[in-house]
Design a binder for this molecule. Structure first.
Ligand SMILES: [Fe+2]
Length: 239
């Protein structure tokens, strides 16, 4: 979209959470699906995508696998004339394996200014999570917690999230949560975190086509619109 020779900047501008490299996790299951979803993001006006495949016991991806997949995706986007800048990082599941990688100074995939997307288990409150966050910060990485609104073990309490905020963890809310895809609790908690001013980033966490209408609904909600307008989001800083 050219405007006086400059690309128009979408208020969300950079999506920092998605699963768009085909066949390496529970996200896109084919190159066609990936291309179609990225076309939709482009049609929404999003300027750049940092796609974040899982690195998780169920999806033990490596930086090499992700970078090879990214290259293939970029080539296919070019071939299909889809104008979208796509980079890759990862969504790291914080477990003993991850902590060992941090301590061993293994290569970790980050985005922006040394930011790293991390997730916790959904059902059980993780142990060693806070110390893992300290370990990351000690080696100059800024942890960004994926979808804090979706952790079921919180049972409506935000104490754990407040503790993480206090030690310097940033939060990424998923648009589909606000759009109602994951039910009433994440929707309510997401809106509450926005109200408290605890949200640093928005993300799509796009896995499949079915997420897109909920992502759009989230984007259109008054809470997200207000958040975008108040200028506190860091998505644009990644352009
Ligand atoms: Fe994700």
């Amino acid at each position: 979209m050219a405007l006086f020779g400059k690309k128009k900047i979408h208020p969300l501008s950079v999506d920092i959470h998605s699963h768009l490299i085909p066949n390496i996790d529970d996200g896109s299951q084919s190159m066609d699906q990936s291309i179609n979803m990225i076309r939709e993001l482009a049609a929404l006006g999003i300027n750049k995508v940092v796609t974040t495949p899982h690195i998780h016991p169920r999806y033990p991806n490596t930086p090499e696998v992700i970078m090879i997949g990214l290259k293939r995706l970029q080539e296919e986007l070019k071939r299909c004339d889809v104008e979208m800048e796509v980079e890759a990082a990862a969504e790291y599941y914080v477990d003993e394996n991850f902590i060992a990688k941090v301590k061993a100074r293994d290569t970790l995939l980050s985005f922006g200014d040394n930011m790293i997307l991390v997730e916790a288990p959904f059902q059980n409150k993780p142990i060693y999570f806070e110390s893992a966050m300290f370990d990351l910060m000690a080696i100059g990485l800024q942890p960004v917690l994926a979808h804090p609104e979706r952790y079921q073990f919180l049972e409506g309490s935000i104490n754990w999230l407040e503790e993480l905020k206090e030690i310097g963890v940033m939060f990424q809310i998923t648009l589909g949560s606000i759009g109602g895809y994951y039910g009433a609790v994440p929707q309510k908690l997401g809106k509450y975190l926005i109200k408290l001013g605890l949200v640093d980033f928005l993300g799509s966490d796009l896995h499949r086509q079915a997420h897109i209408p909920f992502m759009k609904k989230g984007l259109e909600s008054s809470e997200i619109q207000k958040l975008i307008k108040n200028g506190s989001l860091k998505n644009q800083e990644l352009l």
